[in-house]
Design a binder for this molecule. Sequence first.
Ligand SMILES: Nc1nc2c(ncn2[C@@H]2O[C@H](COP(=O)(O)OP(=O)(O)O)[C@@H](O)[C@H]2O)c(=O)[nH]1
Ligand SMILES: Nc1ncnc2c1ncn2[C@@H]1O[C@H](COP(=O)(O)OP(=O)(O)O)[C@@H](O)[C@H]1O
Length: 204
Amino acid sequence: MKEKGLLIVLSGPSGVGKGTVRKEIFSQPDTSFEYSISMTTRAPRDGEVNGVDYFFKSREEFEALIEQEKLLEYAEFVGNYYGTPVDYVKETLEKGKDVFLEIEVQGARQVRKKFPDGLFIFLVPPSLSELKNRIVTRGTETEDVINNRMSVAKEEIEMMNLYDYVVENDQIDLACERIKAIVVAEHCRRERVEPRYIKMLEVE
Ligand SMILES: Nc1nc2c(ncn2[C@@H]2O[C@H](COP(=O)(O)OP(=O)(O)O)[C@@H](O)[C@H]2O)c(=O)[nH]1
Ligand SMILES: Nc1ncnc2c1ncn2[C@@H]1O[C@H](COP(=O)(O)OP(=O)(O)O)[C@@H](O)[C@H]1O
């Protein structure tokens, strides 16, 4: 029987670079994971496309999805709902493909309960001051919101021991390489792939 795919969850504090690293991974031609497009009630930003960046929903539509148990997990983040469509994730894993979720920490916790065998990766900043720099540089938040996010970030970072791996996002390309290497290593470990070198030795 074909192995089921691996559920890969990338999470970490707000502003650490989850979205940036995820976009970089999916822009690389050798990436073989499937990205699960989330549902959200937040308004589309300039250039964002429905069904590509997110499935944009009204609050009523989102609450109906919760009611119908169509979401693997969901969370309210800065006044908006975000959630992962459960059917897409299950069907894609069933086909033997790896599914990649990029979600905030409350959602990751819910996924861990439902998929204890998932691969949970926590992205950390090089330092708290660098995290603050990134949130400030992104320029989407006021001073008050930034201070609030920093105290939430400290609590979020304390949750990193719930994860299988911690990856530092010092440089975007290095963080991507680390994540991809972890996925390859996990596949070998879980599937106990007979390394082709063993076959080579048997022949000789
Ligand atoms: N729980 C959960 N969080 C999500 C989901 N999709 C995106 N997020 C997270 O929601 C947060 C806000 O995302 P967004 O509004 O796109 O703004 P960003 O801060 O620029 O990434 C980020 O931390 C995302 O990782 C999801 O399906 N579920
Ligand atoms: N390795 C990095 N070095 C410097 N800046 C980064 C790095 N990764 C991300 N950033 C910047 O940090 C800010 C937050 O990144 P973002 O991907 O929006 O974070 P998150 O999705 O975790 O909230 C953005 O302005 C992004 O360009």
